[in-house]
Design a protein around this ligand. Structure first.
Ligand code: PDD
Length: 286
């Protein structure tokens, strides 16, 4: 059966899901996206993703074409129509298609575009969850408002392509000698004195939903967390390193630029936080 996508009010076969070449998402990357995981047919941490969606669209003065409550209903309907057990729902909202290519916002009554599609992934049993991933480092070439989840992802495309060519699973982006974040993940280390360190939120990084949940879950368990920037040298001297995102949950990093982190295996804290996160995810799924 062909996959079903959602486009501006309609559920259609993926091959028929189309938007205009004048869509501002296509012409200017004038749009926002979100990716929510699905476990056992339910959305993971979706309230957090929808809250970030509202914040992102607010920052670029884009009005959502539907309420977030309705957006969640559409996500759920799409999961059902695709019979999706485990994977992700991608959603994107753009400033719509005007009659030409004007940089400034459309003056007329241009409706934002809202599209969604799903993909299948067994996040819990992914082989890299057991083995961990290698990462490479690249300069962070992005714009200054990385807190907005914009669809302008060219710097991440190039970073993750460089990682793929190097046989690595993620690229860590570096600015002023410090790690900002992964191409599509938040970065963490566990220091030798057992402090979980992740960069503080701000305009240099995307406020990760998984990051937020992991920090809260760790603090609830009296684990020590410090939100500050760290360098690659510090990560290489750490006990453990890991990344978080909706598409991997908590994922061990076992080498950086070819140098192993600790013994080159996923560490106990990473494994524990992954278990705790999966438990939270299942308990709060909608
Ligand atoms: N990416 N940082 C960046 C730059 C990201 O693109 C992402 C997510 C994250 C982690 O955020 P969250 O925990 O909310 O997924 C951090 C998604 C998964 C993607 O682009 O596919």
């Amino acid at each position: 059966m062909e996959q079903i996508a959602y486009v501006n009010g309609s559920f259609v076969p993926l091959s028929e899901a189309k938007v205009s070449i004048l869509d501002r998402g296509f012409l200017f990357a004038d749009g926002i996206y979100e990716v929510a995981a699905v476990l056992d047919g339910k959305l993971i941490d979706n309230a957090s993703h929808l809250a970030r969606l509202e914040r992102s669209v607010g920052e670029i003065e884009l009005a959502l074409p539907e309420t977030t409550a309705r957006i969640q209903e559409i996500q759920q309907e799409l999961v059902k129509r695709n019979n999706l057990a485990n994977g992700m729902v991608y959603l994107e909202v753009t400033r719509g298609a005007d009659t030409g290519r004007d940089f400034a916002f459309p003056k007329g009554d241009v409706k934002p575009t809202l599209i969604m599609f799903t993909s299948t992934k067994d996040i819990i049993n992914a082989p890299s969850a057991r083995t961990g991933i290698k990462v490479i480092t690249v300069p962070d070439l992005r714009w200054a408002r990385r807190d907005i989840k914009s669809v302008a992802l060219l710097a991440q495309v190039l970073a993750k392509q460089a990682a793929a060519v190097a046989g690595a699973g993620e690229a860590w982006m570096i600015e002023d000698g410090k790690v900002t974040e992964g191409g599509s993940s938040s970065c963490f280390i566990l220091t030798q004195d057992d402090v979980i360190v992740t960069r503080q939120n701000g305009s240099a990084i995307l406020p990760g939903c998984t990051r937020k949940a992991v920090v809260a879950l760790a603090e609830e368990r009296q684990l020590r967390v410090e939100e500050r920037a760290f360098s690659v040298e510090e990560a290489l001297a750490a006990k453990e390193a890991f990344v978080t995102s909706a598409s991997v949950f908590v994922q061990a990093v076992v080498s950086i630029d070819g140098k192993t982190v600790a013994d080159g295996k996923p560490g106990p804290m990473t494994n524990r936080l992954r278990e705790i996160y999966v438990e939270f995810a299942k308990a709060t799924a909608v």
